[in-house]
Design a protein. Structure first.
Length: 394
């Protein structure tokens, strides 16, 4: 059996190595599906550790095989950056204008590498296997689905999968977690309203697309209030409208773009159906036609209860009795880790990375700064979860 505090102490001793990796990643951010230099760095570290891996474009799956049979646990770290120009003033700021690790994925990648190092060095104790998912394109094209299509969950089959996200409103040494829905699903709506153009002085000669679109916007904004329980969460936002040519011309066509977020796929489907009815019905009522085109994005991230219990048990053992914060409500932000746990048990949690008395700018801010003290804690949590499922954590 392995004492949880010894895991944290060993990883604290590796802190300088973790910081060096994280800063190298931070200095050279790359957007989704363009993470070639990032993937090369990951390969370099896996080779140095003697860890077996497979790479397809920028996605890498490593595997550490234990000395005896047991479960296969997957640990995921996303590797892509955001199209943001950094404003932190750090010595190791991004050297690529318009690209920044503003969401902490450099930290996530480093944390998985830290866990990999500890697990590889202690692999003779492991009862089972550990898979390491270095996933591209979380911020853009949903790299999780592509990795799954390429077989990352098989050979050997993954029994449990875990991931984390740094969070600047949490102090270092704490985690935040929630049973059930942690993040919403995302759906893009494209609405086209067709009327009949005409002169603005003679409204009876046309069918006003702008008028129809206005009522459609109001109708969409009532759907959540009437079709979603006050105890649940969903949102529809119309973010863009285009239509018309001049002030004195009745617009014959108006186009709108909206986002729909919900905490379950079933709720999403209900709202999509009602949105289509609103678009078509209101348009018809004013003599026009309405069309709704739907593009489904990330699924809702719904944690499994037992893995959540395991994560909180590990946190209390590794980080301390007061380390767990329960998140009360799900976020409407999306996370493609959701695809990994749709059919495979697992959990996603938040790791504190706040800077004491610092600005602690939010994620996706050009001023976001990660407190690097969190790196050993994140690696220790991921190692602890593996050991817990292999029956090796005291």
């Amino acid at each position: 059996m392995i004492h949880p505090q010894s895991v944290l102490e060993e990883l604290q001793a590796q802190k300088d190595w973790l910081i060096d990796i994280r800063r190298e990643l931070h200095k050279h951010p790359e957007l989704g599906l363009e993470e070639f230099q990032t993937a090369n760095l990951i390969e370099r570290e896996l080779n140095a550790l003697g860890i077996e891996y497979q790479r397809k474009e920028t996605a890498i799956v490593g595997i550490i095989r234990g000395s005896s049979d047991g479960p296969t646990i997957a640990l995921r770290g996303d590797i892509d950056a955001l199209p943001i120009t950094e404003e932190t003033g750090l010595e190791f700021s991004s050297v690529h204008p318009g690209c920044m690790h503003a969401c902490g994925h450099d930290g996530h990648t480093t944390i998985v590498l830290g866990a990999a190092r500890w697990l590889q060095e202690h692999r003779s104790l492991l009862k089972g296997n550990v898979k390491l998912f270095f996933q591209p394109a979380e911020e853009s094209d949903g790299g999780a689905e592509t990795m799954m299509e390429n077989g990352c969950m098989e050979n050997p089959k993954v029994d449990y999968v875990f991931g984390l996200h740094v969070m600047p409103y949490l102090p270092v040494g704490q985690i935040e977690i929630k049973k059930g829905a942690l993040n919403g699903c995302s759906t893009s709506l494209r609405i086209t309203v067709r009327g009949k153009g005409g002169h603005g002085a003679y409204p009876e000669s046309g069918i006003d697309g702008v008028l129809i679109a206005s009522h459609v916007v109001v109708g969409l904004n009532t759907l959540v209030a009437r079709y979603v329980s006050p105890l649940e969460s969903a949102v529809i936002t119309v973010g863009k409208i285009e239509g018309g040519t001049r002030a004195n011309i009745i617009a014959g066509e108006v186009r709108m773009w909206a986002t729909l977020r919900a905490t379950s796929d079933s709720m999403r489907d209900i709202l999509v159906d009602r949105a289509r009815a609103v678009v078509q019905g209101i348009s018809a009522a004013y003599g026009g036609e309405g069309q709704l085109d739907v593009s489904y994005g990330y699924a809702a991230l719904v944690n499994h209860d037992e893995p959540v219990d395991s994560v909180t048990t590990v946190a209390r053992k590794v980080l301390g009795d007061d380390s767990v914060v329960w998140k009360e409500k799900p976020s409407m932000g999306v996370e493609d880790f959701s695809f990994f746990i749709r059919k495979t048990p697992g959990a996603f949690y938040h790791l504190g990375c706040a800077i004491p008395e610092g600005e602690n700018a939010p994620l996706h801010s050009p001023r976001f700064i990660l407190n690097e003290d969190c790196l050993p804690y994140g690696s220790a949590m991921q190692v602890g979860i593996v050991l817990q499922y292999m029956g090796l954590l005291e």
